[in-house]
Design a protein around this ligand. Sequence first.
Ligand code: ATP
Length: 468
Amino acid sequence: MAKEKNSDLMEKIISLCKRRGFVFPGSEIYGGLANSWDYGPLGVELKNNIKNLWWKKFVQQRDDMVGIDAALIMNPKVWVSSGHLENFSDPLVECKKCHHRFREDLLEDKKKCPDCKGELTEAKQFNLMLKTFLGSVDGWAEWAELLDRLIILNKAKNYQEIDELIKFGVDAYHKTGESTFYFRPETAQAMFVDFKSVLDTCRKKIPFGIAQIGKAFRNEITPGNFIFRTREFEQMEIEYFIKEENWKEMFEEWRKEMWSWMTNELGLDKNSVHELDVPDGERAHYSKRTIDFEFDFPFGRKELYGLAYRTDFDLKNHFQEPPYEDIETKEKIYPHVIEPSLGVDRSVLAVLCNSYKEEDGRIFLKLNPKLAPYKAAVSCLKKNEPNLVKKAEDVFHDLKKEFSVDFDNRGNPGKFYGSQDEIGTPYCIMVDFQTLEDDTVTVRDRDTTKQERIKINDLSNFLKNEFI
Ligand code: ATP
């Protein structure tokens, strides 16, 4: 029963996202592409508000943080040194009957196929790095040509040419290898690789952090649950560089920061967030301690963010010499690292699930006003009264200079309030006949539905108090 209710909730959220322009299925007019999603006009505002709030809190308002924005495709040696080419994998199992593939650690019953109950194979490690080719070698096309040619030669029993072609093939194989690159599976490595350049340009002393927001790519075995698990997603990550002896204390500090972000900025209900101290043997290859922050999504309790103590693993792998000189002792060291790692798309989803409310016959998103796509919306009581319409347009254009504001020209208060509630607009401003007499408007609060009259001249300050 509870399960049914939860899947209903997820369907309602997905439908609202599509109907109101938060998130659309990707490439939809071509039949879509499984598990790819596009953020629409309201979704991009919500997502940008989350990213901007994060950047403001963790980069701009701190003295010990700088940001970077690195390339998505890095030198493949990065992934050799970081251990990703060897270790960044998930256990893959395949059903012997229907041949569907699954990530073993996410299965409740590890012996039976969840789709047809067939027997599953033994798990093998599947690397999640997403490959691409750069430059004038088109690996797959050249391989296809080569195979076609081999088939023809084989039919003609032309063994000498087959021999030569195989030698050419080995050569081509190496060339394909040289032109194979990887989309980054995490933003983190750029912060390690650029560590010295940042130090040389920013005069920072440890403890300090490098932050980045950007796309990451993983060839996930089983993507799904809407924008929760996709092959292309965005991360907000910090690599916070410290002295080894301080790691426990710093870990606790970042743990508090994560809670503050989730409950204050995102406004998540603290009872819906849980910590999982990831046990030995289940942590990523680089981590000595990891806490997963899990959120009660409608489809179950799942990882929202991670906080990891990455030791000096990454800097040691990338730099032959210790890259940091202690200002006081002049000792050269490899700083250790605490990493708060946050998914942007999972943040959007958690915020939507947390804020979706159905009360007294109305649907509304109880978003933190700072995250709301529109801070306010303006309308007028009647659409056929030119004076009212003109006044409402003036109020709208004035507010638009400072805030993200919507305009509704339907002249239908019921529809206006309902449609703005559904997208989480905190304030609805109505121009009515009294406005023409005393320059006041009604301002309706999304959560209480209470209205108050405010002078048009005071609207900007009223909204500033709420949002800035
Ligand atoms: P999971 O166990 O769910 O696969 P993970 O432990 O591999 O996640 P991390 O490597 O710690 O994830 O990545 C940091 C954060 O990036 C995650 O907490 C999540 O918010 C986000 N993230 C990771 N993989 C995906 C994905 N495939 N789609 C969307 N967000 C993701």
